[in-house]
Every structure is written in C-alpha cells, then in structure tokens.
Design a protein around this ligand. Structure first.
Ligand SMILES: Nc1ncnc2c1ncn2[C@@H]1O[C@H](COP(=O)(O)OP(=O)(O)OP(=O)(O)O)[C@@H](O)[C@H]1O
Ligand SMILES: [Mg+2]
Length: 307
C-alpha cells in the first residue's frame, strides 16, 4: 500500500560546469519509508540529497526529454523550472538535514545547538538573540535523552565525539519537529559501534515516530541492514530502486566498480555479519544478500563453501 508522498523527484538533472552529474533522476518516497541511497563516490548521492533538501538548484531543462525537472516535498514544489520555490522555507522547516560532519556550531553548547532546531518557529528578535524559552530547553533535553546524549548538554559542540555530534544533529531535527530526515552519509566518519548507534536511532525514529528517512550510505551493509528499500545511483542515473533484499553481489559489483573489493570487505567484516547472523537467521539463497524485515537485519546468504 502506497502512503502519501513525502518526496517526488521527477526527471531531475544537474549540471556542474558543463558536466551532467544527475541524469533525469526520478524518485518517490512515501510517508514512513526508510530508504537507502547508495552508489560509488561521485555517483551523485550528495547532489541529489542537496537538491531534495532545496540546497542545490537543479537544471532548468532536462536535456533528453526537453521536460523541466521538479522536486516536490509533501506534495508541494521545492524546486521547479530550475528555481527553488517560494514555499521552500516552509518545506525545509519540516525536513531535518544531516551531513557527514560539521553539523554543530562548534563553540555553542550542545543544548543551544539542539535548541537551534526551533529557530524557524521563533520570533525573529528572540531567535537572533538566541533566547530560548524554558519550554524549548526542556523539549531539547527530551530530544537529547531520546538519542542518549543528555549528559553532554552543557559541553561545547566541538567537544563531542563524532557519533555524539551526529546524535545531537538528530536531536536538533527532532526539536525542529521534522517529519522527514534526509541524511548524507551520516555514518561515514564513525567507527562501527557509533555508526550502528546512529543508524539504530534513525531506524527507531522511523519505526516508532513514523519519520520518513532518506539516508545516503557508502557502506552498503548498513543499507542492507537498516533499509527495506534501496535506491542505487551510478554516474548520476538511478540503476536500481527496489527491495534491499534483492540486491546481489554481482549487481553491487557492477555499481561500485573498482570500489567493490572495499565494499565486499565491509560486508564480510565480522562485527556486522556476526550480529546479523546471531539475531536474524534466515534461509539461504545462494549468492544473494537479503534483508529480513521482521528483524530489520540483513543476512548474507552464502554458498555452503562459506557456511
Ligand atoms: N559544487 C560542485 N561543483 C562542481 N562539481 C561538483 C559540485 N558538487 C559535486 N560536483 C561533482 O558532481 C559529481 C557528483 O558528486 P556528489 O558529491 O554528488 O557524489 P557522491 O555520490 O556524493 O560522492 P561521495 O560518495 O564521494 O560523497 C562529482 O563528479 C563531483 O565532482
Ligand atoms: Mg557525497
């Protein structure tokens, strides 16, 4: 059953200095989905995410079809005919954006950083003075508790570990009341434990709060593990959009090219597969890497030679 659309990207192209880095990308996300965006370095993941978040204007006209691309969020235009729409700010207020790093203002306390999620909903003068109400601070503390960083509230943003900073960024999105979180490689700089922690939180927000999540991931094993659906980009084109469980090694190899060895090394690494095997045993299908939705864990199925 298809839920109401949160993202509708239609024939989105983007050209930088004459080089087309997104080619007529179409993508639809329904409310409550958690979708991984994968692809090799340079395939266009960040450009697509920034376009969806209204941070990068897309091309005015799509070359191939002559049709202009457009991006709608919550069924309202974020970008049309190469222009960020007038209603973009209202749509951004409903969208939490998380990057790989530099998510926090380093010198401000974590509490203030999280409170900044409220800026869009505050009177201009109070917002510009950074005066947050007691109610806002309480709400920020609740958000920090939810992501497990309440005890760090009074530290400066720059004094948190990478994983804690990402959790603070998620808390800020919660403070913002985001209905949609778009995250560009939020775990790329983190150790496996912190990475799992951040993905667990995103997954929890998706399942318990119904927040729609689009997350780009360089490490495919996390896509398999956490996201029922994966969209794969190759050289700016969507080459796969479907169940993560149907992704095969051969197909991933064709997407990642020379990066394939790194990818498979990651998939084969003990920490992830050990957890997956212990928590989500599923029947074997030779050569496929599948996702067991009942456990939200992928299990890599191998030939008996590897078993
Ligand atoms: N502001 C820019 N100006 C010029 N070229 C750009 C700009 N941003 C991205 N590109 C180019 O667009 C292409 C896609 O870049 P993008 O950052 O979207 O890829 P990516 O899939 O996110 O890669 P990575 O996995 O390395 O983050 C690359 O060739 C990149 O060099
Ligand atoms: Mg990127």
């Amino acid at each position: 059953m298809r839920t109401e659309p949160v993202v509708q990207a239609r024939k989105v192209s983007k050209t930088f200095a004459g080089v087309r880095v997104l080619r007529e990308v179409s993508l639809e996300l329904g409310r409550g989905e958690m979708v991984a965006l994968i692809g090799a370095s340079g395939s266009g993941k960040s450009t697509l995410i920034r376009s969806i978040a209204g941070l990068t204007p897309i091309d005015r006209v799509t070359n191939g079809s002559g049709q202009a691309g457009e991006i709608l969020l919550f069924s309202q235009p974020m970008q049309q005919r190469g222009r960020i729409a007038g209603a973009a700010n209202a749509l951004r207020a409903r969208t939490g954006v998380i990057f790989q790093q530099f998510n926090l203002v380093p010198r401000l306390s974590v509490l203030t950083n999280v409170c900044l999620g409220r800026l869009g909903r505050m009177p201009f003068l109070r917002a510009s003075l950074g005066q947050f109400s007691t109610e806002a601070k309480r709400c920020a503390m609740r958000a920090m508790t939810r992501v497990g960083i309440a005890e760090h509230a009074l530290k400066r943003g720059c004094d948190l570990s990478g994983g804690q900073q990402q959790r603070a960024a998620i808390a800020r999105a919660l403070m913002q009341g985001a209905e949609f979180i778009v995250a560009d490689e939020p775990i790329a700089s983190l150790d496996p434990h912190s990475a799992r922690n951040v993905m667990d939180i995103l997954s929890d927000l998706n399942r318990r709060d119904g927040i729609t999540v689009l997350v780009s991931l360089h490490q495919v094993e996390y896509a398999l593990r956490y996201c029922p659906r994966t969209v794969a980009l190759k050289a700016g084109e969507v080459v796969y959009d479907g169940p993560s469980s149907a992704l095969t090694r051969e197909f991933l190899g064709s997407i990642y090219g020379s990066e394939t060895d790194d990818l498979f090394a990651a998939i084969d690494s003990k920490p992830i597969t050990a957890v997956a095997a212990a928590e989500a045993p599923t029947a074997a299908i030779n050569g496929a890497i599948s996702f067991d939705p009942s456990h939200r864990m992928p299990t890599e199925h191998r030939t008996s030679a590897h078993a």
